[in-house]
Design a protein around this ligand. Sequence first.
Ligand code: NMX
Ligand code: MLT
Length: 441
Amino acid sequence: TKTIKEALQEVIPAKQEQLKALKKQHGQASLGEVKVEQVIGGMRGLKAMLWDASVLDPLEGIRFHGLTIPDCQKALPAAPGGKEIIAESMLWLLLTGKVPTEAEVRQLSRQLAEKGHLPSHVEKLIDSLPTSLHPMTQLGMGVAALNHDSTFAAAYEKGIKKSEYWTYALEDSLNLIAKLPALAARIYRNVYHPGRPLPSIDNNLDLVGNYANLLGYGGNHDLVEYLRLYISIHGDHEGGNASAHTAHLVSSTLADPYISYAAALYALAGPLHGLANQEVLRWQLNMRKELGDNITHEHIKEFLWKTLNSGQVVPGYGHGVLRNPDPRFIALQEFCDTRPELLADPVINLVKKASARTYEVAPAVLKEHGKTKNPYPNVDAASGCVLFHYGITQFKYYTVIFGVSRALGALTQVVWARALGLPLERPKSLSLDAIEKAIKA
Ligand code: NMX
Ligand code: MLT
């Protein structure tokens, strides 16, 4: 059975050749113009970054190396006794562009589990933090501190050839992905269940199986399966999203994978990005508190207007690229649909009702409001309510789970950027005066 490093080694030369040929033959070809509104509008739609693992279509949603989420659900190996995609299968696909065999995935699970323990300085650091510090802040600190043992940083300091960068970037990336469950679960334990013992990592379990065990929910098969699906499908969303882009930018300075990903986590911690999953649940529960369980179309409409009129965004709706309901939202909803006991839960039911009626209520309200280009739900509209149902009710923790997931895609890119020898990212900025001058010229 091939290791992930061997599988990657096999595919790198062809990609290097492809990049070389593209640069040589088409280096001067144009991919479109740059409009002033893009420069002053968050670079929306600007094609400005190479990212191979996934591509986001505004209408269809995400494809990972050409595979949709339903394709992945069919093709990618699940855990023994499970049905959902597991993180290792998704990581293998993202990194190598190939669907792994079951044996390859099991081997990767074991490899990760064996590296899963935290160094004691990181345990001490996390244990010393106030429990009132936001879990995302803690996660970023822990990830940054793991760079103490970066093989990339050590090798760079010694002086290595550029062609060897990717091997160290891979070693660090796998090591970081392996340690994220122990780190993220330690934060959960410290903040919400102080003093509770943490089980040790089981080398026969997959990454998320271990994560669920460490969180204290390993006995809940449905929740473990939900976390597997959640963590797999949040793994990558092409390169322009704020967290992935941050990791790419920071690692382009040849900062090691740990500090590159720590930076990404702080982008994910913003309410317009990953923190929206915490905000959605807060919003849904406020709606329930105010309106009770028997909500009607009119109730939802009123609550939406109240939110909008107070100058807030409706969390979980809208997107920088998507112009249709997010297929990740649909996949998570389908998970609920196959479990009748979930639908009996008032929170889930509320979200299901709200989302089912979104097509009738929210788009009209958001259109009438006249601002958002996409009145449909994104992934965050659904992700938290199932966690809440199964007992992970502490919503300030939800973005940490997203943070465990996004490492799969962001670190895949860090490895490939080094394998392809991509340069320092350094776009050109313009002052207002310079923009005016350029238009007149
Ligand atoms: N509720 C109210 N207003 C909205 C919403 C929304 N859900 N979405 C966009 N708008 C507003 C937006 O604030 C902007 O207003 P203004 O002109 O006053 O600045 C206007 O509509 C145009 O925005 P768009 O071009 O449609 O959206 P943009 O690409 O700038 O932003 C988001 C995308 C995702 C930041 C935005 O839709 C949003 O704030 N959504 C709510 C937060 C959220 O769910 N974020 C999670 C995204 C997914 N993730 O996990 O990262
Ligand atoms: C993501 O998963 O990163 C979000 O949907 C945001 C984005 O793609 O911009």
